[in-house]
Design a protein around this ligand. Structure first.
Ligand code: SF4
Length: 411
């Protein structure tokens, strides 16, 4: 697996997202496990594209929720399309706006992904896209547009669970979703069925890893600065969902990380100076924000997007996938997600909440504004940031705001 060729040990030399990863590796020179996780993250998209060209099935998708366990059980690599954002630039914005006629104000994540798919047209790389029509309108538009260009797009529907949906209504939803999952299996393999044994193994793997990542988060409470912000975000928000396309390697790296954390002496000074923070919202590719948090002395100890509920192992595996979606607020009203943030704040005695989303996303900005108001009314410091998705440094304004926020909490 390629390691970063460029050595970046000074944050001022960073000009791209690859540089941020290379810099993060040099910062973590004491931790082979963290460096290994960063290697895996760096090779996720290139590795999946290499595997596809070598004959291994792979599809672009959101690589969340039920998708990775299902796809791995079917022998297909789930490739998170959003991860292509790190290769994007202003040129990608222009491709989306000029060739595909996206309005300028459209969410930058969608524009980056569409432009990256555009650049891959007829290149012999992964050409199937598993979409999800209950994502958001800009993404729905993106999938329709690239379908016309020749991608094989299949869109499934996951129905949102409203705040009062329980009992019989919830059971109907589960049944509907089970059918949707079988439809996806049929699109991928030509057969409307899953292999129960393989799917059970994937569910066990996921449950095992959820337990291990929970252990990592617990250990980070006594070692808040061992794993810096970019590394933990990539490990949890991307790796835990899809294992960077390499499940066994990912699990080995997590095992090694747990050992390192267990064997590292606790620093009383770190525990006195740390400013525990909870992150909610998107994470994306503006890696400079994470560096700003580190430099200001903050430590992201809680992330709302990390799912902790286990998959049920007492029901058939297909049903377990469907139940997990609704149990985990992965498809639910904003209040479910807010409850997760709330419990993370309590658990970690967090001093502040950082809400982050992308310019042009009306979809998630409503949730974030509701959460911000809720936490302010509770008397907890909370900042709501908007950034862009394509690579390059974050704007000075975003960096100044985040530094000022963390430094205010320290004061
Ligand atoms: S940031 Fe918002 S608009 Fe953009 S893809 Fe995500 S949900 Fe859709």
């Amino acid at each position: 697996m390629p390691s970063a060729l460029k050595l970046v040990d000074n944050p001022e030399d960073i000009v791209s997202q690859s540089d941020y990863i290379a810099y993060s590796k040099s910062v973590h020179d004491y931790s082979p496990a963290v460096r290994r996780l960063l290697d895996l993250s760096e090779d996720y998209v290139p590795g999946a594209e290499r595997a596809f060209k070598a004959g291994h099935p792979a599809v672009w998708c959101q690589a969340l929720n039920f998708v990775p366990p299902l796809l791995y059980s079917l022998g297909v690599i789930p490739v998170a399309a959003g991860e292509m954002g790190r290769y994007s630039s202003k040129e990608d914005m222009l491709i989306a706006e000029d060739i595909y006629q996206f309005p300028v104000e459209t969410c930058s994540m969608v524009k980056c992904v569409v432009a990256q798919w555009h650049k891959r047209l007829n290149s012999g790389t992964i050409n199937r896209i598993l979409a999800n029509s209950s994502g958001c309108e800009p993404y729905n538009m993106a999938w329709e547009i690239v379908k016309k260009r020749g991608y094989d797009v299949y869109s499934n529907e996951i129905i949102y669970r409203g705040p009062t949906v329980e009992g019989e209504r919830l059971e109907q939803l589960i049944k509907f979703t089970t059918g949707q999952i079988l439809d996806v299996a049929e699109w991928l393999t030509g057969r409307r069925q899953v292999d129960d044994e393989k799917l059970s193994l994937e569910i066990k793997r996921k449950n095992r890893l959820l337990g291990k990542l929970k252990q990592v988060l617990e250990l980070r409470r006594s070692h808040p600065f061992y794993m810096k912000t970019l590394a933990i975000i990539l490990t949890l928000n991307v790796g835990l969902n899809n294992y960077f396309g390499k499940p066994a390697e990912y699990e080995e790296a997590i095992d090694a990380l747990i050992k390192e954390l267990e064997n590292t002496p606790i620093s009383e000074k770190d525990l006195k100076t740390v400013i525990p923070l909870v992150w909610a919202g998107g994470t994306g590719q503006e890696f400079g924000i994470y560096e700003a948090i580190d430099q200001a002395g903050g430590a992201l100890l809680g992330l709302r997007s990390v799912p902790f509920r286990l998959y049920r192992e007492d029901v058939p595996p297909l049903e377990a996938l469907a139940r997990w979606i609704y149990d985990n607020a992965g498809a639910g009203a904003g209040v479910y997600a807010r409850n997760v943030i709330d419990s993370e704040v309590e658990r970690l005695k967090a001093r502040g909440v950082i809400l982050y989303g992308y310019i042009g996303c009306s979809f998630a900005s409503v949730d974030r504004e509701m959460w911000r108001r809720y936490f302010h009314e509770k008397g907890l410091a909370c900042i709501n940031l908007e950034g862009s998705f394509q690579t390059g440094a974050p704007t000075g304004q975003v960096l100044t705001r985040i530094k000022a926020f963390v430094e205010m909490l320290a004061a």
